[in-house]
Write a protein that binds this ligand. Structure first.
Ligand code: ZN
Length: 113
């Protein structure tokens, strides 16, 4: 995916998820920078600012689902819990995967150009 298409994709999902109050800086990064992750998010909840990194070698569908996934982490950021709480972490991850897949499946595709 080209950088301009990636920027458009991120803006579109930020709007669809009604997260325009967030200042999100999203970047595609190479495998070396991403390690084992497809996506990564870091945020500052008091200022609603976030950096989102997405693995650049993902195919378009997986890349879009990963953008949605990371944005949903931001949406749920107010309900953070200790990192040691594996049960909550796993439950949130499962919920986010289901939601991201559903949003992706339901989104109009023709307007993605
Ligand atoms: Zn996740």
């Amino acid at each position: 995916m080209t950088q301009p298409d990636f920027d458009k994709l991120c803006k579109r999902w930020q709007k669809r998820l009604r997260m325009q109050n967030w200042k999100i800086t999203a970047r595609m990064k190479n495998a070396e920078a991403m390690g084992p992750n497809n996506g990564f998010v870091e945020f500052e909840i008091t200022h609603l600012s976030a950096d989102v990194d997405i693995l650049e070698t993902l195919d378009d569908a997986k890349l879009e689902r990963t953008v949605i996934h990371e944005f949903l982490h931001l949406m749920l950021a107010h309900w953070e819990f200790p990192e040691s709480d594996r049960a909550q972490g796993d439950a949130q991850e499962t919920a986010i995967n289901v939601l991201a897949d559903s949003f992706y499946a339901l989104a109009p595709r023709r307007r993605n150009k």
